[in-house]
Design a protein around this ligand. Structure first.
Ligand code: FES
Length: 112
């Protein structure tokens, strides 16, 4: 029986076993051609796209300032809660993905 609350009418939900994985450390996933960063900020886990909307650089190990990740290439900032571009040179946001951690399973939704 499904335990997560991700809307399966909108998302394909993927289950990932995270037994032994420390989510306090940034994790990188690739699901159906989506490069994704899993990052914990202030005790909450988020999933965001790993490709900057400015010039396709990887956000990868970009600094996190409050709830914004800073692109290592040219310094654009994105809100990890919404994907919204918060500073130039980016004007378009990045994807965010619904995510839930239940026990040692991570559920992540990719839009259908
Ligand atoms: S590639 Fe990210 S700010 Fe330019």
């Amino acid at each position: 029986m499904t335990q997560h609350s991700i809307d399966t009418s909108v998302y394909n939900v993927f289950e990932i076993d995270i037994e032994g994985v420390d989510l306090k450390e940034r994790q990188f996933l690739s699901i159906e051609d989506n490069a994704i960063i899993i990052v914990e900020v202030q005790g909450k886990v988020y999933a965001i796209g790993d490709i900057c909307s400015h010039d396709d650089g990887r956000l990868e190990d970009g600094l996190i300032d409050d709830h914004c990740i800073v692109c290592p290439r040219h310094g654009a900032e994105f809100d990890i809660r919404t994907g919204e571009a918060k500073s130039m040179p980016a004007v378009v946001g990045i994807p965010t993905y619904p995510i839930e951690v239940i026990g040692s399973t991570l559920y992540i939704g990719i839009k259908k």
